[in-house]
Design a protein around this ligand. Sequence first.
Ligand SMILES: NC(=O)c1ccc[n+]([C@@H]2O[C@H](COP(=O)([O-])OP(=O)(O)OC[C@H]3O[C@@H](n4cnc5c(N)ncnc54)[C@H](OP(=O)(O)O)[C@@H]3O)[C@@H](O)[C@H]2O)c1
Length: 215
Amino acid sequence: MKEHTLKIAVLGTGRVGGTLGRRWAEAGHQVIFGSRYPDDEKVKKLIGDSRGNATATDHRTAAEQSEVIVYAAPWPVAQQLIGSLGSLAGKVLVDCTNPLNSDFSGLDVGYTTSAAEKIADWAVGARVVKAFNNVSSAIMANPVFGDQRATMFYCGDDAEAKLTVRQLAAELNFDPVDAGPLRIARYIEPFAMLYIQLAVKEGWGSHCAFKIMKR
Ligand SMILES: NC(=O)c1ccc[n+]([C@@H]2O[C@H](COP(=O)([O-])OP(=O)(O)OC[C@H]3O[C@@H](n4cnc5c(N)ncnc54)[C@H](OP(=O)(O)O)[C@@H]3O)[C@@H](O)[C@H]2O)c1
């Protein structure tokens, strides 16, 4: 049994949600996938790959049963989906979104606000942390490069919530870096556009990641 097992709702069972949820379940946390189709074969396979530590249900039930909620569904449905979850008071809500515009050429929001801040407005009472948006799901599956670990920048306004997310990132073998308050998502979200530019447009592929150095 883990020292501190968390109940984690992972909303969305695609590349990001599937990878993060499976890995946290493997690490011993209790993962509840929130899905539109919890009985789908894809979701059953995910549960089968999660060492007996994952189940699936609808979004609202998953959120109600969890202390940490990871939003890993598309940005355009975020307001509606989060609005359907019921009370989120006190819960840690991890926002993994990139608010890409419809042709993926840029961001829907930025400069004066961010997806994370909008989500915090919609998720009344939740302690929102931006994280897991600036690498590919392939890196979420394995952030280790030789003796180096990929940096995971995160930000938020609640110190305890950030510590929880820091721990969750470290358990996946990321090098977690606290970038400050939630409004810093205004920089972390465009940073993901740089990642997409390099990975997709410049041909680096999905097995690259950012590393910050210090001396
Ligand atoms: N792909 C990446 O490398 C990457 C990296 C960083 C951040 N992100 C961000 O992470 C989020 C998820 O991206 P992804 O690549 O994992 O996407 P994805 O593979 O398309 O998966 C998204 C999941 O969200 C759910 N979903 C899809 N449409 C929905 C709808 N209309 N209403 C409710 N749920 C819906 C689905 O799960 P169910 O079928 O189970 O409902 C789907 O599997 C996005 O906000 C993206 O910007 C992606």
